[in-house]
Every structure is written in C-alpha cells, then in structure tokens.
Design a protein around this ligand. Structure first.
Ligand code: HOZ
Length: 425
C-alpha cells in the first residue's frame, strides 16, 4: 500500500487544523504513522485518496450499520435537499421520526433531537438535575459520554488514547460533582451512594462499554444498578449512542430487558448525518423547555436532511429484525476466526463481543473494566493495526475503541480479514 497523497494532505492539514484532524483519534497518534484520508465508500468498503481499498470495521464509528452509501438513505437525503436544507421551524419529518423511535425503544414517551451524542448526554444530565433538584452524577471510569466538561473525568475513547482521561480545562468545581465508579463493580457504586446518596441526580453508563474497547456488562450488573437507582431516586441514564439500534431495534434496553430513565442516542439515529437525541417518559421530559423550565435548544436540531436520513435508516432496521440475527452470526464468525488465527501466535489476547460490537485487547487479563483495559499491550496493538491496514483492513486506530460490523460484511470480507490475521506474528 502507498499512502503518498494521504501523507501530503496530512502535512497540509496540520497547518490549519489542530493536529491535522477534526477528531483526535483519527490522527493515528497512538498507533503511529499517517492517517489515511478517505475519498469515498460503498457497502463494506472504503476507498482512500491514494486508490487503496479497505474492508471497513469502523463504519463511521457505528452509524453505517447498513454499510456505506445505503441507497434508500442517500435517495432520501437528495430528495429533501432539493426542497431546502434547514428551516429553523418545525417540520413533519420530526414528528414521524419521534413517533417511530418512541414506538421502538422501551420506556420512552418523548424524544428531543440534538446534533451529536455529546449534546445528548450533556442535556440529559441537565434534565436529570432539573428533575431531581440534585447536583452530583455518577459516571463509570473508562466510559465516554462525549466531550462536555462533566464527563471528561477518567473518560475512555479518544481521551484515554492520548493519555488524558482527565482533560485540562475542566474546572475543579465541575469535576467535584462527577463521582467515579468502576464498571462492573457494584461495591464501588454502593460506596458512592452510601456517602453521597441524597445529592446524586443521575448515574450515566454505557450499557455495553464501547470506549475502552468493547466491555460487556457482567451478568446482573445492569439489573443491580437499575434497582439501586429506583430505590434511591437516582435517574438512570443509558448512553446508547453506540448500542442504540445496533444491538436490537430497541437497543441495549431491548437486548437486556432493562429500562433506563433517560436514554441518549447518536450515530445510527442520524443515518450518517450529525444527530443525537435524548428521550424519556413524559414525567421527565415535561421538565424540558418549552414544556418545563430546563433549558435546551439548537438551530439545527431536527434538521430536515438529518431527520430524513435517520428516519430511513431506523425504519429499515425496524422492518428488518432478521438483520440483527445476521449481524450477530457474522460477528461471531469473525470472533471465532480471530481466536483460531491467533491461537498459536504467542500473543496473549482477549476478544470481547456483544452482537456486532467487538474488540481485541492484547493482554492475558480478562478485560472487564478500565483498569483491566489498560493492561493491553499497545505496542502489539500498533503492529496489529498497521499489519491489518497494509492488508486492506481498516480497524479503529486505537485499542480503546470498538469495531462496528455492518450488514454488508459477508463471508468473503470475513475470510479476507482472517487471512490477514493469520499472517500476523
Ligand atoms: N472517539 C470517537 C469514537 N468513540 C472517535 C470519533 C471520530 O473520530 O470520528
């Protein structure tokens, strides 16, 4: 593979874009080398500016569950674009998508559209605080809920990739209201609640952690925190930015049979355009402006292009439940294949997977939380990443990110991927 045009673009980009990228992990800093600049994508495949093709296991970090340039979504975007791209007024498609989503996701009566997952989580916290009249929140180490101040405390994903899970710029005042528990560790949650119980407005969690690699919830863990939150009057927020519409049409809540109080969405909900949303039962959403006093707003919220794209994608998922069975089978085949391929490689590794979310940590320690995720050997991951890239397989350029499998990845793509894994030493 040759990456000349990408290298040239990266050098140019660094002049006018901080670090050369608009989102840090894309800079390849933790794996080294030059980020690959993409030109187009179709189905399971990415094409870069040097003409290299890749089987894509990022899928835009989740949204492209149906593969790139999914025809009904593209057609819908073109059709809507001809009629105007933003009105700053309500429009019919917003009602349609709200009806669709509230019919699909357990426990959700109303939904507010925003422009990113960050905005969704940030607004959900404000709503929980306004609803309960309390100020503190619990988050879990290694979970990432976007880049707003309250969440950049022991955050996973890009923050951890660059070794800055606690970002400069977050004030101590903000940080003191974020209480930190350990993922899959009920005692750590109990200890915080014993000390701060009456001051805690919300507990926010990724029901499947996807920003310290993929980490499934331990059996009974989500049930236990659900029960604790109910008992203590704490609002349970599921950040389903990754898991929403990916694990099942009703997300992790349908998959695990547990209902949160507030749910945050992003990624798939926008069909590849910038969208986030937060949703809850009437009792909570009635507190949101203009129905109630908790303020939140946005010029491009409910944007017609984004709503049309999201509607088409979510509707397709709603009508094609079999797709989840296929995604599960494909990703299980990938998991088994990688295990076999690396069995005699001499590398210690852990593969975690839930549905079509999967990742590999090069460690001998079971990866169940942030501390165990950090035991991964980054030098091996780096070599693995570049080996796969050079064989036309595009993985997330960080060991702290999850791979997302799309429905366009079939037997041929899996076989090509495994062929590359078999050559890794
Ligand atoms: N860390 C982000 C996903 N978990 C990366 C997003 C991006 O670079 O687009």
């Amino acid at each position: 593979m040759r990456y000349e045009r990408s290298s040239k673009l990266f050098m140019d980009a660094k002049q006018t874009i901080p670090g050369g990228v608009n989102s840090p992990v894309r800079a390849f800093k933790s794996v080294g080398g030059t980020p690959v600049f993409m030109k187009s994508a179709k189905g399971a495949e990415l094409l870069d500016v040097d003409g290299n093709k890749y089987i894509d296991y990022i899928n835009s970090w989740g949204p492209q569950i149906l593969g790139h340039a999914f025809e009904p979504v593209i057609t819908a975007i073109k059709k809507v674009a001809d009629k105007g791209t933003s009105f700053g007024t309500p429009s019919e498609i917003e009602v349609e998508i709200a009806n669709l989503i509230t019919s699909m996701v357990p426990g959700v009566d109303q939904i507010r559209m925003v422009n990113s997952g960050t905005e969704a989580c940030m607004s959900a916290i404000r709503l929980a605080r306004g609803f309960t009249g309390r100020e503190k929140i619990i988050k879990f180490a290694g979970c990432y809920h976007g880049h707003s101040d309250a969440f950049l405390i022991q955050a996973g994903s890009g923050a951890m990739t660059f070794g800055t899970p606690n970002s400069p710029g977050v004030t101590q005042g903000t940080a003191k209201d974020t209480l930190l528990a350990q993922y899959n560790n009920l005692e750590s949650v109990d200890a915080i609640i014993s000390e701060h119980g009456p001051d805690i407005a919300a507990m926010i969690i990724e029901p499947v952690a996807g920003n310290m690699g993929c980490i499934p919830p331990a059996s009974g863990f989500l049930e236990s925190i659900r029960a604790l939150c109910t008992e203590k009057g704490i609002i349970l927020i599921f950040d389903e930015v990754m898991t929403g519409f990916r694990l099942a049409p009703g997300g992790a809540q349908e998959y695990y049979g547990i209902t949160a109080d507030i749910t945050c969405f992003g990624k798939i909900i926008g069909g590849g355009l910038p969208v986030g949303a937060f949703a809850a039962r009437h009792e909570i959403m009635n507190h949101l402006a203009p129905a109630g006093p908790v303020y939140q707003a946005g010029t491009l919220s409910g944007n017609p292009l984004a709503m049309a794209a999201g509607y088409k994608m979510v509707k397709h998922l709603h009508s094609n439940r079999d797709l989840y069975v296929t995604l599960e089978k494909t990703t299980a085949r990938l998991e088994d294949g990688i295990r076999d391929a690396l069995a005699n490689s001499g590398h210690s590794f852990v593969i975690n997977r839930v549905g079509s979310m999967i990742s590999i940590h090069f460690t001998a320690t079971p990866v169940v939380d942030f501390d165990t995720a950090k035991t991964g050997d980054n030098d091996t991951f780096k070599r693995f990443f570049h080996h796969m890239l050079d064989h036309g397989i595009y993985l997330p350029p960080s060991a702290y990110e999850t791979w997302f499998v799309c429905s366009e990845i079939g037997e041929e793509e899996i076989e090509k991927t495994l062929e590359a894994v078999r050559k890794f030493d």
